[in-house]
Design a protein around this ligand. Structure first.
Ligand code: GLY
Length: 378
């Protein structure tokens, strides 16, 4: 049996960032995950896009996303400095484009909301879109420039976080684990192969797999990674598109990677890559940027985003004393990992969190107990 100050369950970008920040505050931390970084973080495209991801009625999520975006450059720089491992953070902005008249109307509708909220967005004609991105198809009929929505390579971020955490003494146990409760209180993690890690605080960062403790659900996303030839990058910035009412995004990295994503499917835990899913993604990407057809297809992946009932994460203490939740980040785990980790460290210290994070208190779900019953947990 191991003992420490905090045991973090889940080694994706959120859990690893939490472990690092907690260790920075002087706590001894053990992180438990059978396959660290191989869940949703592995598939993530790394868009830092609270403005272009805006959906009607999600104002709390917008506030949290803007807070995270504002602090992201500092967070990435700190992770890079603490690890000596570069974080590929790219302040390139985002161009959202529309194909047909219906797509243009949808974009204009979102843009009206963005403008009403005072967000920095600029309406562009099709020609203006092509001036920014010359390889866009002539059929692109209009768009919105979002200068403040940037991107990061999640794999570089996770590498840096892992090294930074290790340098602060975080111990990683590559094992499956579950919350260990004694007398109704979380007291550590029980390891699947036998053994326990005991700690007065357990941080739950298992994404969609936290169903036993939070109303989260898996939302399957299929993603393709392509490679652009050196010196012939087909895009300069993130391009998101509405293609005959379907969403697609293309995220170009400086090293030549081009991420094309993502499907959004309610299929439970299903990591099967399907011909239809990949076909849809590549067809829509090619409708926006025909040169995509010439690129090398490097990887296709399917993972489960951790969806929550209101698309806002659950950050804070839940019903079980000793258990701090950091789950339900849905489409924004990479963007929100820094603010989540800061909040978890603050909550562990008994420090008040910013109002944008307080809005994520798990207590907002009065139906939490019911949700647990639904998934058969007592
Ligand atoms: N944030 C993009 C996605 O979840 O597909």
């Amino acid at each position: 049996m191991l003992t420490c100050d905090v045991v973090v369950l889940g080694g994706g970008v959120v859990g690893t960032a939490c472990a690092w920040r907690l260790a920075e505050r002087g706590r001894s931390v053990v992180l438990v995950d059978p396959d660290p970084g191989e869940g949703a973080s592995r598939a993530a495209a790394g868009m830092l896009a609270p403005v272009s991801e805006l959906h009607h009625g999600e104002h709390d999520l917008l506030g949290l996303g803007l807070l995270a975006a504002e602090g992201f450059a500092r967070y990435a720089a700190e992770a890079a400095a603490a690890s000596g491992s570069p974080v590929a953070h790219r302040a390139c902005g985002t161009l959202v484009v529309a194909l047909d008249a219906g797509d243009r109307a949808r974009l204009a509708d979102v843009r009206r909301t963005q403008e009403r909220l005072g967000l920095d967005v600029r309406a562009l004609s099709g020609r203006e879109c092509r001036r920014l991105e010359p390889l866009l198809d002539p059929a692109v009929s209009g768009g919105t420039l979002v200068p403040g929505d940037h991107q990061v390579d999640p794999r570089s971020l996770l590498r840096a976080l892992r090294t930074a955490a290790g340098r602060r003494g975080v111990q990683v146990l590559p094992a499956r684990g579950e919350v260990l409760r004694v007398g109704g209180r979380a007291v550590g993690v029980r390891l699947a192969g036998g053994g326990e890690v005991r700690a007065p605080l357990v941080v739950l960062a298992t994404g969609a797999r936290a169903q036993a403790h939070a109303p989260v659900r898996p939302v399957k996303g299929q993603v393709a990674r392509l490679r652009m030839p050196e010196g012939e990058h087909v895009l300069q910035r993130t391009v998101r598109g509405v293609v005959r009412d379907r969403d697609v995004y293309l995220v170009p990295r400086e090293d030549g990677e081009l991420v094309v994503g993502a499907t959004s499917e309610d299929r439970g835990f299903d990591e099967t890559v399907t011909a239809g899913g990949v076909h849809d993604l590549l067809r829509d990407a090619q409708a926006l940027v025909p040169a995509v057809a010439e690129l090398e297809l490097v990887e296709v992946l399917a993972r489960s985003r951790p969806g929550s009932p209101d698309n806002l994460p659950l950050i804070g203490f839940g019903e079980v004393p000793g258990l701090l939740l950091a789950v339900g980040h849905h489409r924004n785990g990479v963007l929100l990992s820094g603010v989540t980790a800061d909040a978890v460290a603050d909550l562990a210290d008994g420090v008040e969190v910013p109002p944008e994070v307080a809005a994520c208190d798990p207590g907002r779900f009065g139906a939490r107990a019911a949700a647990r019953e639904e998934v058969g947990v007592r």
